[in-house]
Write a new protein. Sequence first.
Length: 224
Amino acid sequence: MFGSITALNQESTAGATAPRTEEAGPVMSGLVSGTSVATAMGWRPVEAVVAGDRVLTFDAGLQAVTQVTRHPFWQEAGPCPECFWPIEVSEGALGNREVMHLLPQQTIMVESDTAEDLYGDPFSLIPAEAMDELTESRRVPPQDGFEVVRLHFATEQVVFARNGLLFLCPSSRDMVTAVWDAPQDPLYAILPLDEARFLATRIEAEAAEAAGAETEGCMAGLPA
């Protein structure tokens, strides 16, 4: 599913400065530290991205980051409740190239034949919580030092991650000017959770079928 995303330059972490840190509390959306995103300088860990850096977006090419926020995933007293735990998706479950860790309320973009049949577009935005329906996913407790980073743009944007996933990032307007400006319709529509869960299971089935077909093709090429 994600094989068509072109590999970029090698990672670079030069020029990182400390972004704003938010208040304590459970964090349910954002990118997990260590996730590399596509930038004008190639793949960079999201925690190394700073305001002003240009990041490759799905619909608008390279766009400047207007703000970066980061904070520990869990800062409350006592252990993190399981309902807040990140979702671990096994390599290949969605055609992804490596194991992924997703926050439950982070919106991700997925591609599937089923989505095209249902909605006329192969790309859909779904909450990562829908991944709970996959056979190749599980909730995992956050590790020590687990941090969450949010990239903000002038308008909502979908960005590319090296693990093969695409993430919806908010606009800086959401935090600064929304209280003063007239309400605006969101640029991207997110599927309701029940539809997202169904689509996630279909994508997993599509990925399994594609993997099986590839294996059969390889076996057919072997001498009898």
